[in-house]
Design a protein around this ligand. Structure first.
Ligand code: KG4
Ligand code: ZN
Length: 356
């Protein structure tokens, strides 16, 4: 079954063709980074207008890459939330129109679950051999940061989420404070490599540090607004030379990474998940990949890292996860709507590693 996946939840217009949930025949992504760079974040209406312009171009790019035409598409799937409403509406309307024209099934998928599925794409055998449920997933992106437990039955439950900024926002807003442009993740990642992560001591939010006891309900929740404010105060009215900037960035990054790694390892122990997967744009981060790898190995667990091209927003993860619903006869109605927020009941994931 060849599924066309479409993704327009934020600032990437993406289309992919995926065969049987695993074989990525084409993965086309048009980024709007330049369009939003001057604003330090994504402007929803501008994003929607650009999706409208680029959508058909990107779909044709994917078809050309796979050397297929629309007659090869067996089903059309699209991210229907969470995300920016105007942006989601463009992809969802396009997907419905194409499915209607083709007379094939149409399916809306959850962006969050699609990100988790991205960790199993392009790594043949990983889902079957390593990704045994129960599984703990850290989803860290520009829009969300959450820990998700997928129980042995496939039921997905959010056990912790951010109370304010997402980890990606901490990178993006941090870069904005330092005048380093948008998106902040890749540039801070690069600058941090030459800095000393112990040069400054930035707060680790919701870890019980700084004399503020951690409430039990926040054990797996995140907060990144404090570290961002601390960065602002630490650098305000200061001229930083290259070395001083690298030290600040490395220390700031370490504060974010320590929290992500620490909470993930603790949750894996409590929920006793042999496998941990990490996905979402922030999972591209080199320090996070290294520290998480070392900590998971020390904990005697198995880490599944999404390949970087499937960490940031893409449509292969959408077309990939869709196969598992569609092959069970699950499709969406043409009246399907979009949603901005993450639904805390994620339901049961359709992919079962042990069943492969
Ligand atoms: O998953 P994604 O493409 O979009 C959302 O669903 O939000 O994530 C984008 C986020 C941005 O905040 C970006 O700064 C961050 O991922 N990011 C990174 C890195 N590459 C992208 N953060 C840290 N280090 C990176 N190398
Ligand atoms: Zn995303």
């Amino acid at each position: 079954m060849i599924v066309l996946g479409i993704e327009t939840s934020c600032d990437e217009t993406a289309a992919a063709l995926v065969r049987d949930g695993q074989d990525v025949l084409a993965n086309a992504v048009a980024s709007q980074i330049k369009l939003h760079a001057g604003y330090g974040g994504v402007v929803p209406e501008l994003a929607a207008r650009e999706h409208l312009r680029a959508m058909d171009v990107v779909v044709n790019e994917a078809l050309a890459e796979a050397e297929l035409d629309t007659s090869a598409i067996d089903a059309v799937s699209v991210t229907c939330g969470p995300g920016l409403i105007p942006a989601l509406l463009v992809g969802t309307s396009y997907a419905k129109g194409l499915a209607a024209a083709r007379g094939c099934p149409f399916l809306g998928v959850n962006h969050f679950l699609a990100h988790i599925y991205g960790a199993f794409l392009g790594q043949p055998g990983v889902l079957a051999n390593v990704g045994a449920f129960p599984l703990l997933a850290l989803v860290a992106s520009g829009g969300h940061t959450a820990l998700v437990v997928i129980e042995a039955t496939g039921r997905a439950r959010i056990v912790g989420t951010t109370l304010d900024d997402a980890a990606g926002e901490a990178y993006d807003k941090g870069a904005k404070i330092l005048g380093l442009g948008y998106p902040g993740g890749p540039v801070l990642d690069r600058i941090a490599k030459t800095g000393n992560p112990k040069a400054h001591s930035f707060p680790r939010g919701l870890t019980g540090g700084g004399g503020r006891p951690l409430k039990p309900e926040n054990r797996y929740n995140f907060s990144f607004s404090g570290v961002k404010t601390a960065l602002l105060y630490a650098t305000r009215d200061k001229e930083l030379d290259e070395g001083a900037l690298a030290d600040v960035v490395a220390s700031y990054q370490q504060a974010i990474v320590d929290v992500l790694v620490g909470k993930t390892i603790r949750a894996a122990a409590e929920y006793d998940t042999p496998t941990i997967c990490m996905c979402g744009g922030v999972a591209c981060n080199s320090q996070l990949r290294a520290d998480m790898g070392a900590a998971v190995a020390r904990a005697g667990r198995q880490l599944v890292l999404a390949p970087p091209k499937y960490c940031t927003d893409n449509a292969a993860m959408v077309g990939g996860i869709a196969y598992h619903y569609l092959s069970r006869g699950i499709a969406s109605d043409m009246s399907l709507s979009v949603s901005a927020r993450l639904n805390h009941s994620l339901g049961t994931v359709p992919f079962a590693p042990n069943a492969h």
